[in-house]
Ligand binder design. Structure first.
Ligand SMILES: *Cc1c(COP(=O)(O)O)cnc(C)c1O
Length: 405
């Protein structure tokens, strides 16, 4: 599951740290590449922008799903082709567009953004080949669209087509759709891809040209809860290839993309911290750990959301909240005596709670606690500046067994 020996070794040097395993990242990438032959993959850097993680992923054939100018620049510095750096996020300003127009494929997120891209491209005297993100008239669970801050409503796009086609310095060459992350049902994902290709047909017909690319977004989930079932990637890949076969035969020049961050690194990382103190208050045994809410936010925010929502299983709100128990908590110690404890952090706030009343091997000061599922939306989401603690290290275990940071 993870390299226990390496964790013990690193815990002698660092009080709290992330450990990402390159071998696991590569395995996840291979799992995608071998089961989805012909489809290209983009790495959603926002999930984990650690330089070694990014280097490992981008040097193994993935392109970039960039959510900022800085993420575009990471792709450029790794020599990724313009077509394989897709810059798709709401709120791109003229300045951002100017900086990325020549080195990335900008995906317009609104009609207003199209105006800005047109103006920047006109000033530069170029025709910008761009993608367009649509908010489709379907969802993962039904066949009607829902209001979203992302993309242009399908209907609005078609209603404005004459105006869009009159923008002389823009050429739409691609379609981008992404409406949901963290799905664990193969059939739902496959149906979603099917709906995208149907819409792509309409877009091509209305535009009067074939698209150079279709970015089908993400959706690919990973198991978080102990009893979640992992996606069967062979099954999902097979279904997907069946679905895209006729489209690919009809439009061989159109490149299909899937973008994912979570699947690539989510399971490759653990968070490691130590017991700082232990005390009993009115019958509750508190174990105080270092750098929890501020070092690895996910478990603490899950506690908060469950507490304040008043429902047993609140729906996910990605990427901050996925599920009630987003991590498995392990104690690295040979101890057979068990004890019910509440795990908290060392911050000066009562909301710094990792787990309430859980059964764990009896913990003492300096014991090592490991939390799984810490590769994705973990370090990047944690408020490490809060209370000026020494932040956790991010360690990268290379395939050759060497740890770097
Ligand atoms: C964040 C994001 C993704 C990645 O989602 P994962 O759940 O990490 O796979 C994909 N596409 C877009 C547009 C995103 O914003």
């Amino acid at each position: 599951m993870y390299n226990e020996e390496m964790i013990l070794q690193q815990a002698e040097v660092h009080d709290s740290f992330y450990l990402y395993e390159e071998a696991k990242i590569k395995l996840a990438m291979e799992n995608l590449q071998k089961n989805f032959k012909g489809i290209r993959f983009l790495y959603s850097i926002k999930t984990n922008a650690n330089k070694h993680v990014v280097q490992s992923v981008l040097s193994n054939g993935f392109g970039v799903d960039a959510a900022s100018v800085a993420e575009v620049e990471m792709g450029v510095s790794h020599g990724v082709d313009k077509r394989d750096i897709q810059y798709s996020t709401p709120g791109k300003t003229r300045k951002y567009i100017e900086k990325t127009l020549e080195c990335a494929t900008i995906v317009a997120d609104s009609l207003g953004e199209m105006v800005r891209i047109q103006e920047v491209a006109e000033a530069k005297g170029v025709v910008a080949e761009i993608g367009v993100r649509l908010n489709p008239d379907f969802s993962f669970y039904g066949d009607t669209g829902v209001a979203s801050k992302f993309g242009i409503d399908e209907e609005a796009f078609f209603n404005h087509l004459d105006w869009i086609l009159s923008l002389n310095n823009i050429k739409i060459i691609g379609l981008h759709i992404h409406i949901r992350s963290q799905e664990l049902d193969e059939m739902r994902i496959a149906t979603y891809y099917e709906n995208i290709l149907r819409l792509a047909h309409t877009v091509q017909r209305e535009l009067g040209t074939n698209l150079a690319f279709i970015n089908m977004g993400s959706g690919i989930g990973i198991p978080y809860e102990i009893d979640d079932t992992a996606l069967d990637m062979q099954k999902l890949g097979g279904k997907t290839l069946d679905i895209v076969a006729s489209f690919a035969a009809e439009f061989p020049q159109t490149q299909l993309y899937i973008e994912t961050g979570r699947y690539v690194v989510g399971k490759s990382g653990v968070y490691v911290t130590k017991v700082l103190d232990k005390k009993v208050s009115y019958g509750t045994t508190y174990v105080v750990l270092g750098n929890t809410l501020n070092g690895f936010l996910r478990p603490s925010i899950a506690q908060l959301i469950v507490k304040y929502s008043g429902v047993a299983n609140p729906v996910g709100s990605e990427p901050l909240y996925t599920t009630k128990n987003p991590t498995q908590i392990h104690v690295l110690k040979k101890e057979t005596e068990m004890e019910v404890v509440t795990l908290v952090g060392n911050l000066c706030t009562a909301t710094d709670v990792v787990a309430t009343d859980i059964l764990l091997p009896k913990l003492e000061e300096d014991d090592i606690v490991v939390m799984t599922n810490a590769g994705s939306y973990a370090a990047v989401l944690s408020p490490m500046q809060f209370s000026s603690q020494i932040p956790p290290k991010e360690l990268f275990l290379q395939e050759n067994g060497e740890v770097i940071f």
